[in-house]
Design a protein around this ligand. Structure first.
Ligand code: IPE
Ligand code: IPE
Ligand code: MG
Length: 250
């Protein structure tokens, strides 16, 4: 019998060698359409390749010991796209959830979602609810899908709830603070992101986590999302470690 190799055959970088990963990583996964266009393929093929990148990056976050990964998958503004693309995206979401559930369970990942979820197609809602329930007792990485999400809609929903508290006499306007508002955000259970990655080079937030990104470190890469892999994530985290976070201090 031949001896087992003593060195790993996989040349991928060892992510565990990185010191102190960010607790919460947020990603604007952009560039699927351009990735497909470059190859003369329909846009949905770019989204399919993008789903594969989500799988790779989620796995890398587990290896790294990142606690929360929030990914922008569909914005409230993305309904402006052709109905055919929107429907294909939700079909892909359903397929992705079903295909990934065993791996999420195996990797102890808890799935969560933020956004106006009740406006999603019913099949997507059911698939999502089912996976959220089945992974609810997992204690590793929390993977948050932002779906039919926008920062302004989130603030609108949170402020509406605060107004309801005031109208019902549960909260006096004089004692209202930003903490009350924070406690009504979709993300109230989690810390704010430490690092935001945006792929495909656009220098904008596109209505993502407007409140939560106040002191988040920003990292924009020209790589298109389907091309973004473990080595790119490691590079972003290394850059994050070079940043000095001052929070307004000196
Ligand atoms: C991001 O890729 C995915 C979604 C917004 C759903 P895009 O579809 O925006 O890709 P580009 O920006 O057109 O290349
Ligand atoms: C942001 O990407 C939304 C998601 C990644 C889901 P967009 O492609 O929609 O953003 P804009 O239109 O370039 O600002
Ligand atoms: Mg885009």
């Amino acid at each position: 019998m031949t001896a087992q190799p003593t060195v790993p055959l996989d040349p991928a970088p060892d992510l565990r060698a990185t010191p102190g990963p960010p607790r919460h990583l947020a990603i604007i996964m952009d560039g699927n359409g351009r990735w497909a266009k470059e190859r003369g393929l329909p846009r949905i093929r770019g989204h399919q390749a993008g789903a594969h990148a989500v799988r790779m990056v989620t796995e890398a976050c587990c290896e790294l010991g990142i606690e929360y990964l929030t990914v922008y998958a569909f914005s409230t503004e993305n309904w402006k796209r052709p109905a055919e693309e929107v429907m294909a995206l939700f079909g892909l979401l359903e397929h992705f959830i079903a295909a990934e559930l065993p791996t999420l369970m195996e990797n102890n990942v808890q799935l969560q979602a933020i956004g106006r979820l009740r406006e999603l197609p019913i099949n997507a809602q059911c698939a999502l609810e089912d996976a959220i329930r089945k992974t609810s007792t997992n204690t590793g990485l929390t993977l948050v899908l932002a779906l039919n999400y926008s920062g302004r809609a989130e603030l609108e929903d949170a402020i509406r709830e605060v107004c309801q508290d005031v109208a019902a006499g549960r909260l006096l306007p004089e004692v209202f603070t930003q903490e009350h508002l924070r406690n009504h955000l979709y993300t109230r259970a989690w810390p704010d992101p430490d690092l935001l990655i945006r792929t495909s080079g656009e220098m904008r937030l596109s209505n993502f986590l407007l409140w939560q990104l106040s002191y988040t470190e920003l990292y924009v890469t020209p790589k298109l999302w389907p091309d973004f892999g473990k080595a790119d994530l490691l590079e972003a985290i290394q850059e994050f470690h070079r940043r000095q976070r001052r929070y307004g201090g000196i």
